[in-house]
Ligand binder design. Sequence first.
Ligand SMILES: Cc1cc2nc3c(=O)[nH]c(=O)nc-3n(C[C@H](O)[C@H](O)[C@H](O)COP(=O)(O)O)c2cc1C
Length: 376
Amino acid sequence: MRTAVTSMLGIDFPVFAFTHCRDVVAAVTNAGGLGVLGAVAHSPEQLDIDLKWIREQVKGRPFGVDLLIPSKYAGSNEGGIDGKSLRAMVPDEHREWLERLLERYDVPGLPEPASGDRGMARMRVDPKSMGPLIDVSFDNKVAFLASALGSPPKWLVDRCHAAGIPVAALAGRTDHAVAHKEAGVDIVIAQGTEGGGHTGEIATMVLIPQVVDAVAPIPVLAAGGIASGRQMAAALALGAEGVWCGSVWLTTNEAETSPAIRAKFLAATSADTLRSRSLTGKPARMMRSAWTDAWQEPDAPQPLPMPLQSALIGEAQRRIHRIAHKEGSGAQKLATYFVGQVVGQMNTSMPARRVVAEMIEEFVTAMERVNALLEE
Ligand SMILES: Cc1cc2nc3c(=O)[nH]c(=O)nc-3n(C[C@H](O)[C@H](O)[C@H](O)COP(=O)(O)O)c2cc1C
């Protein structure tokens, strides 16, 4: 296939895979698409190990890295918060409510309770802490860099361009996409509300043509609700130059998705997700579970702003996921994870390479079907 993004990146198919799993990155890149490693939770050392491993697997084919660089977060005016201040900013009321929830669902403590900072999930949100991750990405010759939750800062765009690396940014609204264009991005990823993870309120079908028109001639990747060839054909018909998929990889054989979550995803329908602030403090689409229901109860506290919510719930989530595989347990009921509405069509585990191959085959069939509508 030839589109603006296949030419820009030297790939066979305009299929981009957002994933936290290095095996999926390598598999999709080797299948002719472009694997992008979500690196927000990586230490620079771990990122270096994973990117070196990917390089060995893909033998010169291109791959990318994705970073969350939110423009707004608690402490953004002070340039970030240290672990101690972060702990102090989590209200006791929230901790007590959460502990009562875990008691209600019989979720025991960790065998070795984490103390102090170790008990906090450290979500890297301040741009300064991204520097080392970006250095490691450049050292490992990434071909592409994406950022979410705001326009990439100028210093990042300049560094990427100096190294000849295209930069992309995710947008859930047309005004955000225009701001990304003004910030100098090379590709806009327009993500509809159907998508898994942080997501806005506008549906892909409505968002893509608006963004395509607003940022032209910058190429747009369509994201949110795309996991098959028919959906890919629709996205390209809307004016996108490629597709950016996240959820569909979570049930592939290569994914590190936990058995409890994988089972929930394989059984779920498209009605089983919702947007909730309960995992990160910003609205993100995830699987509905006893956890998301509890945060909507009348006595539940309001989720805290990013990154305080992740700090609040980090240990609770570890306690839940440690035992969520136990059939019928409270932890199994509570367990949730980010996923989009396409979860309803993710009904079997298969290799990531096959997901790409089936998507392209179905895309060709869909295009032939639509083209045939124009024949005499
Ligand atoms: C488990 C999960 C985690 C995600 N985390 C991030 C992230 O850290 N950075 C990011 O840019 N997008 C993230 N996303 C959004 C994806 O990049 C992508 O836009 C989205 O999954 C597309 O919609 P889909 O889920 O319908 O394929 C995440 C999505 C999922 C499912």
